[in-house]
Design a binder for this molecule. Structure first.
Ligand code: MOS
Length: 703
């Protein structure tokens, strides 16, 4: 079923963030901040909030024998120390990541084993230092190297674990040209500017949480049954969120800890901000990925056979699979194809979403492999991709709703000056710098999450209140949803729309994740507006309202819906030190209609920066002897800084995809990181003739 399209008047207009001024002047209230504190105090009437501090395990596997809180409790500021013996019980402790302080088992190093509650953050921190945790350590495994792997459940992959078409082995054996290499991406951590944090107040049988999350309703749906509450007894608010990058897409242990503490402290609010160091084990990460790729091709580059076999790790306490082999299923033509995922279960923290989970490492591997194939066949890398453009989705056989990869490649090549590129690598030396250029394709599925609802209420005088429990994690959703609502109701943005988001008291909304938010929430708003106009006409009385759940979904049964892009990079590699600089990058995208060019551009730029950062710097180091991440701060976990970023350009094709959403848009939050690391590595190869297949591409690789 296709949704009714709407007329774009406000959509397409570049608007600055409506909350930009509040944010840069410090008036925007985050989960554990100022005004929230006053609000909590006023609501509670029971003293100032308590401050929590987490105490974490030092063993990677074992048991908590005893938590000695006596010294901590002697501290004048400390009110309580909760551990597995005295913390409130959960009604459901099935999920071992979320069932914190429920039993003595330790499943990874850095797991929550106690929580100190104190009058100030300082005394909470000091109290945590005074807690003595006696642990019985057991043998454990914390490294993917040599670990036994298994075939995971398709539900963890998000689609089939393995796929196979044709006869890959026979086609590879017969192929005139073939390549076979292993490509790896490291263990990586997403570190939002605002750490995971929450203020929680349990009063009159209701828990209220101001949470830094990508989905207020998903936190409530997950935690309410665990806490033995009806969902409407758990109110979650997230008016402002300082970034998430996937790490706040699913609730994690600290949110349960603060909820339990609030239960214990009933009537008095509890605040918890996870420290930067504690984010590394407690709030998810991208696992290391190993991609074994084999491609057989004709001499002109046309792919005959393609295999992408992925090995990743997960955690013994909860299965999560980085679905890196999925994009190879739909990206290029070729009759014989095989993809697979295998997983090792380790005694380590629980992996989770990090911007473009699956697509980012998977497309890194595939797009460097395409560059290897370009070298093996002597075909230009842009031409090679064009030559392997499929007629229909090779995986499902369905037509694409709007596949314009070739247009992105051609437009990018023209703007980047690709025609002037020397065919051979190591052809340009500028002073002490080898100079080269590279390209990679990008793709991301047009995810649409069902069940979203919106409420439209007339305020009189042509003004409407539009309410939906969505979250703006810094992407500009608040700004963009107003534009969508304005067009859906046929009014101006400023004078016509009063938007409410970020609260479970508002109609159900799915997570700000999978680049699905604007499309899914916007569809609900558009359909609610259409229903409202059908119910109440053009000039409604103030007070009348309609709440409506989105009923039309894109036809993913019969159409393949993905966004596409082409990323071009120039790399300069120092001939004596191996230092890599990236003076310019260009991304050209086809993403359906761009609703707000200002906020969209920022999403693409942020994606390019994050992809560059992954290409050259990012790597978490886990010490397999102890099971912890050594690089647990932003001094040792390097991310790109301003000085690392050169000239970044992004543009998008003039598109409207009304089969994806009634707005004609697809998601844009994640595609910018996809392919970018490959473009950088491919450019460094072109500069030096040295092929890096393992990220990050640090200086030593080029010496
Ligand atoms: Mo995004 S990693 O799906 O929040």
């Amino acid at each position: 079923m296709t949704a009714n399209p709407v007329r774009a008047v406000s959509m397409g207009i570049a608007r600055e963030r409506v909350d930009g001024r509040e944010k840069v002047t410090g008036r925007a209230v985050y989960a554990v901040e100022n005004d929230a504190e006053a609000a909590v105090e006023a609501a509670a009437g029971a003293g100032r909030p308590l401050h929590g501090w987490l105490v974490t395990s030092t063993s990677a596997r074992g048991r908590v024998l005893r938590v000695d809180a006596s010294e901590a409790l002697d501290h004048p500021g400390v009110v309580a120390v909760l551990d597995h013996t005295n913390a409130p019980r959960l009604a459901d402790a099935e999920d071992r990541e979320l069932a914190v302080l429920q039993d003595d088992r330790i499943g990874f190093r850095g797991q929550i084993v106690a929580m100190v509650l104190a009058e100030t953050p300082e005394s909470a921190r000091e109290g945590a230092r005074l807690v003595r945790v006696h642990e019985q350590a057991e043998p454990f495994s914390a490294t993917l190297e040599g670990a036994e792997t298994y075939r995971p459940d398709p539900s963890s992959v998000g689609s089939a674990t393995d796929t196979e078409q044709g006869d890959v082995e026979a086609a590879l054996a017969a192929a005139p040209v073939s390549i076979e290499h292993t490509y790896t991406t490291p263990h990586e951590h997403n570190n939002a500017m605002e750490p995971h944090a929450a203020t929680a107040l349990w009063r009159d049988g209701t828990l209220t949480m101001w949470d830094s999350t990508q989905g207020v309703h998903s936190v409530a749906s997950t935690l309410a049954p665990m806490l033995g509450l009806e969902k409407d007894r758990l109110r979650v608010l997230a008016p402002y969120v300082g970034g998430g990058f996937g790490s706040k897409g699913l609730p994690h242990g600290p949110e349960v800890a603060v909820a339990l503490a609030a239960r214990w402290a009933e009537g008095r609010a509890v605040k918890l901000a996870v420290t930067r160091q504690q984010m590394f084990p407690l709030t998810g990460y991208r696992t290391q990925t190993v991609s074994a790729i084999r491609i057989g091709a004709e001499p002109d580059g046309r792919i005959l056979a393609l295999e992408h076999a992925v090995t990743v790790q997960t955690s013994v306490i909860k299965e999560f699979v980085e679905h890196a082999a999925v994009p190879a299923r739909m990206m290029y033509a070729g009759p014989h194809r095989r993809t697979s995922h295998r997983v090792a279960s380790l005694d380590v923290p629980v992996p989770s979403w990090m911007r473009a989970p699956g697509e980012m490492p998977g497309m890194y591997a595939l797009e460097v492999a395409l560059d290897d194939l370009a070298v093996a066949t002597g075909v230009d890398p842009v031409q090679l991709r064009v030559r392997n453009e499929p007629e229909v989705d090779p995986d499902s056989g369905n037509p694409f709703s709007n596949r314009r990869l070739v247009d992105c490649l051609h437009r990018g090549a023209e703007r980047f000056g690709w025609a002037d590129r020397p065919a051979e690598p190591r052809a340009t030396l500028d002073g002490d710098w080898w100079v080269g250029t590279g390209v990679a394709s990008a793709t991301y599925p047009a995810n649409f999450f069902p069940g979203n609802a919106a409420r439209i209420a007339a305020l009189g005088g042509g003004r409407y209140r539009v309410s939906i429990g969505a979250v703006d994690i810094g992407t500009g959703a608040r700004t963009v949803l107003q534009q969508i609502a304005a067009d859906a109701l046929g009014v101006g943005v400023e004078e016509g729309i009063d938007l409410e988001i970020g609260d479970t008291r508002l109609p159900f909304a799915t997570v700000a994740g999978g680049s699905s938010g604007t499309g899914s929430w916007g569809t609900a708003i558009t359909q609610a507006a259409q229903q409202f106009r059908a119910d109440h006409g053009e000039d409604p009385d103030p007070g009348v309202h309609t709440t409506s759940t989105a009923e039309s979904y894109p036809d993913t049964e019969h159409l393949a819906m993905h966004s596409f892009g082409a990323v071009f990079a120039e790399a300069r590699v120092h001939r004596w030190t191996g230092e890599v600089r990236v003076p310019r990058m260009l991304g050209v995208y086809s993403v359906g209609r761009v609703i707000n060019p200002t906020t969209a551009r920022s999403q693409f730029l942020g994606g390019l920066v994050m992809g560059l950062s992954a290409a050259l710097f990012e790597e978490s180091v886990r010490d397999a002897r102890f099971g912890h991440v050594v690089t647990q701060d932003l001094a040792t976990y390097h991310v790109a800084s301003h000085a690392d970023i050169g000239d970044l350009q992004v543009e998008w094709l003039d598109d409207v995809d009304e089969r994806a959403t009634p707005m004609g848009s697809r998601g844009i939050g994640e595609i910018g990181i996809v392919g970018t690391s490959a473009a950088v590595v491919n450019a460094a190869y072109h500069a030096t003739g040295i092929r890096v297949r393992d990220l990050p591409a640090t200086a030593d690789a080029f010496l």
